[in-house]
Design a protein around this ligand. Structure first.
Ligand code: ATP
Ligand code: MG
Length: 443
């Protein structure tokens, strides 16, 4: 062990000149410095063939003892999963992956693992998700998992680009809060100095407060929910894409959400062709408008077909599936019963039993919820009371409304839920870096 450690070298003055994917047959003769993990070692006589994996892809490295005894000796010590740097020349090679390989004249061994991961990092057999999550950082060195997170990154950058172009300002709202944002989902209590506080379940009220000055805001941030779920579509800590805008209503919010999803789906499929191949998925093509059904239509349809439901109930995944009769894809359900939605969703002026709220579904999975918001302080107070909440706990919020608020609407979308759809993963944990659920708080 000590001998192995002492053989390790420092980075020194070496700096990467290329990623593996920057090289092609046209790079023949170029001087390069590459870094990465040894994905495989194969020896043919005195020659060592390595596959080097960096964050972008794989490249073949050929170490020939004719270059020097020093490098040949080091190469013999190399084992799989070591971190190395190499300096040498690229050369075109038909038989190598991507038609190019590198013949190094110098090699630095930067780290030699003291143990092997509990699964083959570069193999085809997929270990169980639980086993992978136990050592998630190493799991994320697997090319297929890296591909998922590159798609995630492309989607997040797409959301930012789209909203920035539409004049939205990115904001940050507090995650340490003194009271619930709304009834319903359970909060994680924490100790805030000597007082009880909570982790925020949604930026809802703060993003509404911000439209009073900035008019168009969005936040991509964590939300915390202490529900004791046991599903494959919930996390205790997930990422919410929250959008709020002034002087519009829920129809505009649905339009924006639909355009946003179409934009990021298209952009990620253009940017991540290789990554979709790696995860074995054909990128989605979204043609046509998302259907907009009303709660009333779904309710009548379910009742006619004898599905038990009483007006005002939330729609379960099973009910949605039944109402859809095999229709897939994205669709909105709008005009929900006022009592089924949070107090801040605006009841319709001509029929206050129904509110201007909507959910976006993909199949039977909810992707986003939104609506026109209540903008009158007086109505907000009475909606709080009707929803069984205490207006005193919301004084900090109601105070703002006393100074007047513009009409506004928006939505909150689950980033990981959208990623499940785009990458066709059945389990939300696949698309979260370090997922948290009722039975997992590490790593
Ligand atoms: P669900 O009924 O699916 O639990 P919700 O209606 O409680 O969701 P909202 O409060 O409407 O969720 O939150 C907005 C969006 O955030 C949801 O549509 C969903 O995409 C996402 N989301 C909410 N809770 C979670 C969670 N625990 N894990 C992952 N995503 C979530
Ligand atoms: Mg919802």
């Amino acid at each position: 062990m000590e001998a192995a450690k002492s053989a390790l070298e420092d980075l020194g003055s070496w700096r990467r000149t290329h990623y593996s994917t920057d090289l092609s047959p046209g790079s023949d003769g170029e001087e390069v410095i590459l870094f990465g993990i040894v994905a495989s070692v194969r020896r043919q006589g005195a020659i060592s063939f390595l596959i080097l994996s960096d964050c972008k892809g794989l490249i073949q490295i050929v170490i020939d003892p004719k270059v020097g005894q020093d490098i040949a000796q080091k190469a013999r010590r190399l084992r799989r999963y070591s971190f190395i740097g190499i300096k040498g020349r690229a050369r075109a090679m038909d038989k190598a992956p991507r038609g190019v390989e590198v013949a190094p004249t110098e090699l630095k061994i930067l780290a030699i693992p003291s143990k092997d991961p509990p699964f083959d990092m570069f193999g085809r057999r997929v270990p169980s998700l639980e086993k992978r999550l136990d050592i998630r950082a190493v799991d994320m060195r697997r090319p297929q998992v890296k591909a998922l997170f590159k798609i995630r990154d492309s989607v997040v950058r797409g959301i930012r680009a789209f909203l920035c172009e539409r004049g939205f300002m990115e904001v940050n709202t507090p995650k340490l809060i003194s009271s619930a944002t709304e009834g319903g989902s359970a909060l994680f209590p924490i100790l805030y100095y000597d007082k009880e506080a909570f982790l925020a379940q949604s930026p809802q009220l703060y993003k509404e407060q911000l439209v009073g000055s900035f008019e168009r805001v969005y936040e991509i941030g964590p939300i915390f929910r202490a529900e004791r779920f046991s599903t494959d579509r919930h996390l205790s800590e997930s990422t919410s894409v929250d959008v709020e805008m002034a002087y519009v209503d829920y129809n505009d919010a649905m339009d924006l959400l639909e355009e946003l999803i179409k934009y990021v789906v298209r952009r990620s499929s253009e940017e991540c062709g290789e990554e979709f191949k790696l995860i074995g998925v054909e990128p989605m093509a979204l043609n046509g408008a998302f259907e907009r059904l009303s709660y009333g239509e779904i309710f009548e349809d379910l009742r006619e077909r004898g599905v038990p439901i009483s007006w005002g109930d939330d729609l379960s995944a099973a009910q949605i599936r039944s109402a859809l009769e095999g229709r897939g894809g994205f669709f909105f359900v709008k005009d929900w019963p006022t009592r089924s939605k949070a107090f801040y969703i605006k009841p319709k002026r001509d029929d206050p039993k129904i509110c201007e709220g909507f959910d976006l579904f993909f199949g039977s999975m909810e992707i986003a919820s939104g609506g026109t918001r209540v903008d009158s302080g007086e109505l907000l107070r009475s909606r709080l009371i009707e929803s069984g909440l205490n207006p005193i706990s919301f004084k900090y919020h109601l105070d703002v409304f006393d100074y007047g608020m513009p009409p506004h609407a928006g939505f909150g979308m689950g980033l990981e839920r959208l990623l499940m759809v785009i990458t066709r993963r059945e389990n939300i944990r696949e698309v979260a870096f370090f997922p948290r659920d009722p039975s997992r708080l590490v790593p």
